[in-house]
Design a protein around this ligand. Structure first.
Ligand SMILES: C[S@@+](CC[C@H](N)C(=O)[O-])C[C@H]1O[C@@H](n2cnc3c(N)ncnc32)[C@H](O)[C@@H]1O
Length: 289
């Protein structure tokens, strides 16, 4: 199968279903994946784009069973495992969501699905959003009695998985770097004693007017993951790239990058934003000279 590829900066975005696109990529080459999977029952991306184009004023949810969703995710993250280098990481931003009116423990089920297909669980990071967008906690204000507690949701999970490496020591893709590579990739620890050394990260979410995508994650989240788990010039992939926040972070940090996305409208937007990032960098560089 042939897929449309859109080269941009140090990387490219490929249009297609990631399960098929991943099959065309070489084995054991990519150092890091960072993504947030689509919530298939919650957002209908095709209809969201028609709304963007003014062709409809709302979108409807899709009928997808939880079991179908589980298969969707397992198939795609299994293909991802093949292309990641042994010892490389796969970082996933995921949250509990409602399914048929019930709140599901999706992130916790997801960890066991990932272990079943061969990923090793490493870290659980909480992304804390300083602002609550929902009013769940208002229920207790109206009914201040036991049984009415619905806290406002201000956190999402960021899980880190690793592709097992045969020989932990020798094959470790981080320890085998040259002295020069390490020196070129020193992580700035100036504010490390603050929150970065802990597994709760407070990062402002993207406001709706800042991005056309219905659920982007902040570039700052991508930046942190990319700096902590890859070196300059490594390949970073996002298999559900949406508005390209991972690609932007990777471009900014001197990594090569691949995004995979089904919707051409999001791809066009992502390319525009990556190019904006490149021109800002050139501008800053010229200003400094
Ligand atoms: C949660 S959003 C990702 C948002 C992205 N992290 C950002 O910051 O913009 C999931 C994206 O996956 C895309 N998508 C859905 N199914 C896909 C598939 N099978 N293969 C690739 N992309 C898919 C959707 O169009 C949507 O843009």
């Amino acid at each position: 199968m042939m897929f449309k590829e859109f080269p941009v900066g140090n990387g490219k975005i490929i249009q297609g279903d990631c399960v098929d696109v991943l099959k065309t990529l070489p084995e054991n080459e990519i150092v890091l994946a960072f993504t947030s999977p689509p919530y298939l029952n919650a957002i209908n991306y095709e209809e969201h784009i028609e709304k963007l184009k003014g062709k409809r004023d709302r979108w409807d949810r899709k009928e997808v069973s939880y079991d179908e969703y589980k298969q969707f995710l397992k198939e795609r993250f299994k293909e991802l495992l093949r292309v990641i280098r042994p010892g490389g990481h796969n970082v996933v931003n995921i949250s509990p969501i409602s399914w048929n009116g019930e709140r599901t423990a999706l992130p916790f089920h997801f960890v066991s699905w990932m272990e079943e297909i061969g990923w090793k669980f490493k870290e659980d990071i909480i992304w804390e959003k300083p602002i609550a967008r929902d009013r769940r906690s208002g229920v207790l204000l109206q009914h201040p009695y036991p049984g009415y507690y619905y806290p406002s949701l201000v956190a999402e999970y960021v899980f880190v998985f690793q592709k097992p490496a045969e020989k932990e020591g020798k094959a470790n893709i981080y320890w085998n770097r040259t002295f020069e590579e390490k020196e070129n990739n020193v992580i700035d620890l100036s504010d490390y004693q603050g929150e970065k050394s802990k597994n709760v990260w407070k990062i402002r979410p993207v406001a709706p007017q800042e991005n056309i995508h219905p659920c982007p994650f902040p570039i700052e989240l991508a930046d942190r993951i990319i700096q902590l788990y890859s070196y300059k010039n490594d390949i970073v992939i996002d298999i559900f790239t949406g508005s390209g926040q991972t690609n932007i972070g990777a471009e900014k940090l001197g990594r090569r990058h691949i995004g995979i996305e089904t919707q051409s409208e999001y791809i066009k937007y992502a390319i525009r934003k990556i190019n904006d990032e490149i021109s800002t960098q050139t501008f800053t560089f010229e200003e400094k000279r």
